[in-house]
Design a protein around this ligand. Structure first.
Ligand SMILES: C[S@@+](CC[C@H](N)C(=O)[O-])C[C@H]1O[C@@H](n2cnc3c(N)ncnc32)[C@H](O)[C@@H]1O
Length: 196
């Protein structure tokens, strides 16, 4: 599905960064950032432009090829890794920050990934996320129809128990990102720090 979506010339979610990430990226410590489910590169390229060493992982090679093209066009480097997040190894104490912007995974895969996130962050490392909540079903402005792929503040607290959340809110906001995120959306936004 994702390769098909990304096979259009246009960038499905645009080439501008996610606005929550853009507003809060300064919370990410300088250094190595891993972007989960990066897609076509808009967020990875933005972070690289801010001076981070960015690795983008996604299951769609078509998306990552566009990510590399966007990085080249902007004059920055992004390491792209095509992998299924169900079995991707994130390493141990490897990342200063991990970013997850609209990463739709089934609960079992998501929960296993979050356990790896806790191990993979350096002490003091930061996890930043925006995701649709189940209320998004009522909006129909993006994110599909599968509630199990969506997240809440409570699910994040439960699934990332070792993280100190410095920002964790559910809200409705205009999400205008390319042709697939098209209006008022119900989202959860999170920034959490792994204790030093
Ligand atoms: C809604 S798009 C968001 C892309 C990007 N984060 C953004 O905001 O522009 C969801 C992305 O998740 C990726 N994805 C979904 N399931 C995945 C999996 N199991 N492993 C790796 N990537 C996956 C898709 O390929 C797609 O690029």
């Amino acid at each position: 599905m994702w390769n098909e979506r990304y096979s259009a010339k246009e960038y499905a979610y645009g080439t501008e960064p996610n606005t929550f990430l853009e507003a809060h990226f300064r919370r990410l410590p300088t250094g190595r950032v891993l972007s989960l489910a990066e897609g076509e590169g808009r967020n990875a390229v933005f972070l690289a432009q801010q001076g981070y060493a960015v690795t983008a992982v996604d299951g769609s090679q078509v998306g990552l090829t566009k990510a590399q093209a966007l990085a080249s066009a902007k004059g920055v480097e992004v390491e792209c890794v095509c992998a299924d997040l169900a079995d991707y190894e994130l390493g141990k104490g490897a990342w200063d920050a991990i970013v997850s912007i609209f990463c739709p995974l089934p609960p079992a895969i998501r929960q296993a990934l979050y356990r790896k996130v806790m191990t993979a962050l350096k002490p003091g490392g930061v996890f930043l996320l925006e995701a649709y909540t189940p209320e998004q079903i009522n909006h129909g402005t993006g994110g599909g129809k599968s509630v199990e792929l969506m997240q809440t503040a409570a699910s994040l607290r439960a699934e990332l128990p070792g993280l100190d959340f410095v920002h964790l809110v559910e809200l409705e906001r205009e999400v205008i990102e390319g042709t697939f995120h098209t209006g008022l959306g119900a989202v959860v936004q999170a920034i959490g720090v792994k204790p030093a």
